[in-house]
Design a binder for this molecule. Structure first.
Ligand SMILES: [Zn+2]
Length: 289
C-alpha cells in the first residue's frame, strides 16, 4: 500500500491560529485533555515497493498496472484511519477551520476513548492497516490517509482530497463513536445530498454503506446501533470528509467506545481481525457488484 505522503505535491501548512466560531458536530465525541501520547507506531504492513507510480485520477488506467491480481485488481481503495495520535498535543493545529462543504469545520479532532484509555486513533490505525492488508491481498491498490499513528491530522478536507487525487473507486473512513454508555452497536454514515458537493456521490455512497453494513453485521456479531442512526445506516451533511469527497465514501463507526461491551470488542485483536475481514468483504461487494 502507499500512504498519502507518497502522493506528489501533498504538503499542507497548518496555521497556528484558527477562528472557532463554527458549530461542529463531530462523528465521534472529542475527548478533552491529554490522552496518552501514542507510542503505538505499529509499522504499516504491506509492500513498500508498491504504489510508487504516482498514478492519479481516473481508475481506468489501473488495468495496465503490473502485478495486481485478484478480484479487485485495477481498483483503488482509500482507507482513512480517523484522527491521529498527535492530535491531542496540537490543539491549535487541529482546531484550524478548513473547507468542509458549505461551511468550514475543525481540521480534525482528538477522537473518542474507552474507559480503559484505549484511544480511537489507535483503534482506527490498527484496524485500517488490517483492512489494507486484506484489500491488497485481493488485488486492490490501497491508499492510507496517514502513514503512522504519531502525527497530526491530516485535516478532514485533505483526507477527502487524498481519495479524489487517487481516483479511488471507494473510500472508507474508519472510526469508533463516543456515544452514551448505555448505547451499543455500529453504524455506517453516507453523505446526504448537498447540491454542488455530494449530489454526484450520494447514490453510490449509499450502496457502499449498505454493503458495508451488511458485511460488518455478518462478520463481527456487532449489532446495529441502538442509540443513533436507523438500521445501522445514517446520512449526514455536516462531515467535511464526506462533503469534500468526489468519490464514493462512507464513515464506519465500528462501535461505541463508551459502552463496556463494545469497548471490549473494539480492543480485542481477534475481533479486529474479524472486523477487517468484514470491512474488506463489504468493500469488495460494492466494487464487484
Ligand atoms: Zn472518530
Amino acid at each position: 500500500m502507499r500512504t498519502s505522503s507518497a502522493l506528489p505535491g501533498r504538503t499542507r501548512r497548518i496555521a497556528p491560529f484558527a477562528a472557532a466560531a463554527v458549530l461542529t458536530l463531530s462523528a465521534c465525541a472529542a475527548v478533552s485533555g491529554d490522552t496518552r501520547p501514542g507510542p503505538s507506531a505499529a509499522p504499516a504492513p504491506g509492500d513498500p515497493a508498491s504504489g510508487q507510480d504516482g498514478r492519479g485520477g481516473g481508475g481506468s488506467a489501473a488495468a495496465e498496472e503490473p502485478g495486481g491480481s485478484g478480484p479487485l485488481a485495477g481498483m483503488t481503495v482509500v482507507v482513512d484511519p480517523g484522527h491521529n495520535g498527535g492530535n491531542a498535543e496540537a490543539p491549535e493545529a487541529i482546531s484550524e477551520q478548513v473547507p468542509a462543504g458549505p461551511a468550514t469545520k475543525e481540521c480534525d479532532t482528538v477522537g473518542a476513548e474507552t474507559d480503559d484509555g484505549y484511544p480511537e486513533h489507535e483503534f482506527t490505525w490498527e484496524l485500517s492497516t488490517l483492512v489494507a492488508e486484506r484489500l491488497e491481498a485481493d488485488g486492490a491498490e490501497v491508499v492510507l490517509t496517514r502513514e503512522d499513528n504519531t502525527g497530526v491530522g491530516p485535516c478532514v478536507d485533505e483526507r477527502a482530497e487524498i481519495g479524489n487525487d487517487a481516483g479511488a473507486d471507494a473510500a472508507v473512513s474508519i472510526h469508533a463513536d463516543g456515544g452514551p454508555p448505555s448505547g451499543r452497536g455500529f453504524h455506517v454514515i453516507a453523505p446526504g445530498v448537498l447540491t454542488g458537493y455530494t449530489d454526484d456521490i450520494a447514490e453510490p455512497s449509499r450502496r457502499l454503506a449498505a454493503d458495508l453494513r451488511d458485511a460488518f453485521e455478518d462478520g463481527t456479531g456487532q449489532p446495529r446501533a441502538d442509540y443513533i442512526a436507523e438500521e445501522g445506516l445514517d446520512e449526514r451533511t455536516d462531515l467535511g470528509g464526506l462533503n469534500m469527497s468526489d468519490v464514493p465514501k462512507v464513515f464506519l463507526e465500528a462501535g461505541n467506545m463508551s459502552n463496556p461491551t463494545d469497548a471490549e470488542n473494539l480492543a480485542d485483536p481477534g475481533w479486529q481481525a474479524d472486523a477487517a475481514d468484514a470491512i474488506a468483504a463489504g468493500v469488495s461487494r460494492f466494487l464487484t457488484g
